[in-house]
Ligand binder design. Sequence first.
Ligand SMILES: NC(=O)c1ccc[n+]([C@@H]2O[C@H](COP(=O)([O-])OP(=O)(O)OC[C@H]3O[C@@H](n4cnc5c(N)ncnc54)[C@H](O)[C@@H]3O)[C@@H](O)[C@H]2O)c1
Length: 347
Amino acid sequence: MARLLITGGAGFIGSAVVRLAIARGYEVVNLDALTYAACLDNLASVADHPRYRFVRADLRDRAALDAALATHRPDAIMHLAAESHVDRSIDGPGAFVETNITGTYNLLEATRGYWQAAGRPGGFRFHHVSTDEVYGSLGPGGRFTETTPYDPRSPYAASKAASDHLVSAWHETYGLPVVLSNCSNNYGPFQFPEKLIPVVILNALAGRPLPVYGAGLNVRDWLYVEDHADALLRVLEAGALGRSYNIGGENEARNIDIVQKICALLDERRPAARPHSALITHVADRPGHDRRYAIDPARIRAELGWRPSVTLDAGLAMTVDWYLAHEDWWRKLKARAGVGERLGVAV
Ligand SMILES: NC(=O)c1ccc[n+]([C@@H]2O[C@H](COP(=O)([O-])OP(=O)(O)OC[C@H]3O[C@@H](n4cnc5c(N)ncnc54)[C@H](O)[C@@H]3O)[C@@H](O)[C@H]2O)c1
């Protein structure tokens, strides 16, 4: 499996996969439309590598997908490109339907044509990367398994759930060799500064309020992005055809605890007149805000021998240190439209 085409490789998780795949010896073709969420600087360390190629193409443009596959002839595709921000999906769900559902359909059809024309090579893989948000919301107990019924509750989650179903159907109906994975909230270096953890770090550094939705009691299972990239390559290489794998960080935490931990890390590294936690400000909750997500990682652990390597405390410390050391990177992104504004309150 030498040549891997990655969609969305200029995004947060995609760029981590591109960097890791290059380090592991793959040839990588990164296909990305470069939306507001993309950042080619994430790929500076591999941009000139002889095994790296970039193709600017949009999932909504079927002809561009056909051309990219015909030109680059990948042995596997890992599909990460998506509209990914829940708050933006509340304000503008149309883009989520177009990219996440229709775009995935276009990619599946382009892939099917390419794979059939190539004589249906048995080793080919289409890996669809999805989210645990498709499962809906948990109460205080229980965890999501791969057989938990889908119950998406935001336009983002519904669009990802639809794309998962399309991928499974293309396997059952056309025999396309697919694997799927659904993972929990990622965090780490290069995360776009509109998601919770970078927002908190950057607002705290600026002495600005730290917005916590509602009481901050929502629980997420936090996965360090480089662990996720490692798990994705493992699923691609060893996952069973047609099977999905839940990927979690084994790090459940309430949002308010995440914010408090970041404040404590910054109190040590950048002491201010008052503790950074004095900036915490509770704001109106997100409509339909899921209460708790938690991944049961038993399948990926038992079948693929994978488990996360980074604890939440270690990962948060590495992340805070990375943002402190990469001000040039995040300053440019904060200047983009809508970044730093409260989104997703319209109902
Ligand atoms: N971030 C998380 O915590 C998380 C958790 C679970 C699953 N996921 C899934 O992982 C994937 C990657 O997430 P991320 O956080 O890295 O996203 P991101 O928003 O950082 O990056 C998405 C990338 O996709 C590209 N893209 C968007 N629309 C496109 C289109 N129409 N055509 C081509 N490229 C397009 C963007 O330019 C960007 O580079 C997504 O499928 C997301 O649903 C993310």
